[in-house]
Design a protein around this ligand. Structure first.
Ligand code: ATP
Ligand code: MG
Length: 583
């Protein structure tokens, strides 16, 4: 059998006398001949590290300190007097081997490594390979640990050595990250230089408990009329955006980010498994809209390793938590969790976990519930900060009852369902009013929007019903015809261009006017122009009312009447102008 080897890591080569000392120590400890191999490690300016088999003797300053701390912790004395404790700890202090601190790669491939001899490793712990590549423990069996690699496995082979770090995965955090694009390990990928960090947060952390939370009752406005009027989102809420591919899911998220300008809300966009070019385009768009100043983009693109895709949302959430616990409001977008689940499925299958429904592992529900539970609105004692989450899920052919969509629907506080048929018919954003819901409801709306648009959902439901009913009818009575025109007007009103969020007061004006039937008689194609006209006119003629609506967040009956009267006057003028143009 080969002679046992001991690896000595230090910055300077040991001299003959030191080598003799090591030989004696090894002989005495292991009772067999051990060959000493010196490895240069310039980072260890003082002290050394000795690795024998799976044992580690850490004689670097950090290692010594760590072991002394441990000794202090073990020597518990009655509280109050620390001197005897220190004294005894010092007298009894003896440097010992940390068993099972290093291991050996048994198998490596597909971004996964199986390692033997790391008995002490914990789930989620970071491991360092000889060549500097890092990995994370995801599987623990009696003989081996399964580890996923954050980099390529090209330079790792069976027999390589692996060291524990005792740390779980984490990311650097701080305000310096605003305006930057980083990977899930917190490293910049936008070529704008190093990012100064103010701390380090583990990517997995416990969600705030019930006592630590406040009710969700402050609006987070998306600026998208159909959402703010019918499915309002509150700070601390989790609202799912769900729909087929290319139905405007990402656009809703980015429009919401753009609408947060000047509203004291930090935004984090987590891109999971998208093309790098799409992410670059999105960042460019945010920059053009001056939204990057308060936004962090965390990107794990389709070309990144699956473990990076897997940790991306947790890393983004850790960055969000840093701000939330400082009392700030944060909006986080996970785009999208379907690809996240697929990356996790790949890892699980490679790690030999038993596949369940749709080949996902059994804990795929926990994968997302532990992520989304971390969104919260904190109680005033904890600073009152919040994380609002907008997870995105892609469906196949509108099937919301597939495994991952149903899971996430059951975790979130509502969903915005986008439909391809609406999207292709030009109804954009393609929100399906019947299938969307916000379970927080009116609490997350300002009183003004609630009073202006309270009956919108019901009116649209009636319109849809009537539309189906009258599809094949040829002669309709006047009343039905009027109702249909009213509904069509409302649907037109809900169409909104991308990158054009509405201000609060504009929403109040449009909703008040439209629900008072002012849009009837206007050609459908002209409705967007007409709406711009009435909001512009009203802002100009009644700046006092506009500022009152914004300041109080409320709409008095008189103000509402003013809006409606103004809208009817504008319509009169509009129609006579039309008349004279045609004549
Ligand atoms: P994917 O499945 O590829 O991620 P997605 O569902 O995220 O797609 P988007 O990328 O947001 O969809 O939008 C798809 C296309 O539709 C884009 O080209 C976008 O410009 C356009 N679009 C989205 N919303 C609107 C809108 N309100 N008005 C006009 N065009 C829109
Ligand atoms: Mg998208």
């Amino acid at each position: 059998m080969d002679k046992k080897q001991a690896f000595l890591y230090s910055s300077l080569k040991p001299d003959a006398r030191q080598e003799e000392g090591f030989a004696a120590f090894l002989e005495q400890t292991y009772h067999e001949p051990v060959e000493l191999v010196w490895v240069s490690e310039p980072e260890l300016s003082r002290g050394f590290r000795l690795e024998v088999g799976n044992d580690l003797y850490d004689w670097s300053p950090e290692g010594l300190l760590q072991q002394f701390k441990e000794a202090l912790r073990k020597n518990r004395y009655p509280a109050g007097n620390i001197i005897p404790l220190l004294k005894r700890s010092l007298e009894e202090f003896e440097l010992s081997a940390l068993p099972e601190e290093t291991g050996t790669v048994e198998m490596v491939g597909d971004g996964i490594a199986r390692i033997s001899g790391l008995g002490g490793a914990a789930y989620g712990e970071i491991l360092v390979f000889d060549n500097g590549v890092r990995g994370m423990v995801l599987n623990l069996t009696e003989e081996q640990v399964g580890c996923v690699l954050f980099d390529t496995d090209n330079e790792i082979s069976a027999g390589d050595r692996v060291r524990r770090t005792g740390k779980s995965a984490g990311v650097p955090v701080g305000p310096g990250f605003l305006g930057r694009v980083v990977n899930p390990l917190g490293m910049p990928i936008d070529g704008r230089g190093e990012i100064p960090s103010e701390g380090y947060r583990p990517i997995e952390s416990k969600a705030p408990g019930i006592i630590d939370r406040s009710p969700v009752n402050t609006p987070l406005e998306t600026g998208i009329l159909s959402i703010d009027a019918m499915f309002p989102i509150g700070r601390g809420q989790r609202e799912l955006i769900i729909g087929d591919r290319q139905t405007g899911k990402t656009t809703i998220a980015t429009d919401t980010i753009i609408n947060q300008r000047g509203k004291n809300c930090i935004c984090i966009y987590v891109a999971i498994g998208q093309k790098a070019s799409s992410v670059a385009q999105l960042v460019e768009n945010l920059r053009r809209q001056k939204a990057m100043d308060y936004t962090i983009v965390v990107a794990a693109t389709a070309s990144d390793a699956d473990p990076l895709l897997y940790i991306a949302p947790y890393a983004g959430c850790a960055m969000a938590e840093y701000f939330m616990y400082q009392g700030k409001d944060v909006l986080i977008i996970y785009d999208d969790l379907s690809k996240h689940a697929v990356a996790y499925r790949t890892l699980s299958l490679l790690l030999d976990r038993p596949p369940g429904r749709e080949a996902y592992p059994g804990d795929v529900f926990y994968l997302h519930s532990r992520l989304l539970e971390r969104s919260a609105r904190l109680s005033p004692e904890l600073g009152g900060g919040s994380i609002t989450a907008l997870p995105i899920v892609e469906t196949q052919a509108g099937d919301v009852s597939a495994y991952i969509p149903t899971n996430i629907i059951s975790i979130t506080d509502g969903q915005i369902f986008l439909e391809s048929s609406l999207f292709f018919a030009g109804q954009r954003p393609a929100v399906n009013v019947g299938l969307s819901v916000s379970r927080v409801g009116g609490d997350a709306q300002t009183k003004a929007v609630k009073k202006a648009g309270g009956t919108l959902r019901l009116d649209l439901a009636q319109y849809r019903e009537m539309e189906v009913f009258t599809q094949f009818a040829s002669d309709l009575d006047d009343e039905t015809r009027r109702q249909l025109a009213y509904g069509q007007g409302l649907m037109r009103m809900l169409r909104q261009n991308l990158n054009h969020p509405y201000a609060h007061v504009d929403k109040v004006i449009i909703l008040s006017a439209a629900l008072a039937h002012t849009l009837e008689g206007i050609e459908p194609e002209e409705i967007p122009r007409f709406l711009t006209r009435i909001t512009g006119d009203f802002r100009q003629l009644h700046p006092d009312i506009c500022s009152r609506i914004d300041e109080t967040g409320d709409l008095t009956a008189e103000d509402k009447e003013q809006i409606i009267a103004q809208a009817f006057a504008a319509k009169e003028e509009w129609l006579t102008q039309k008349q004279s143009q045609t004549e």
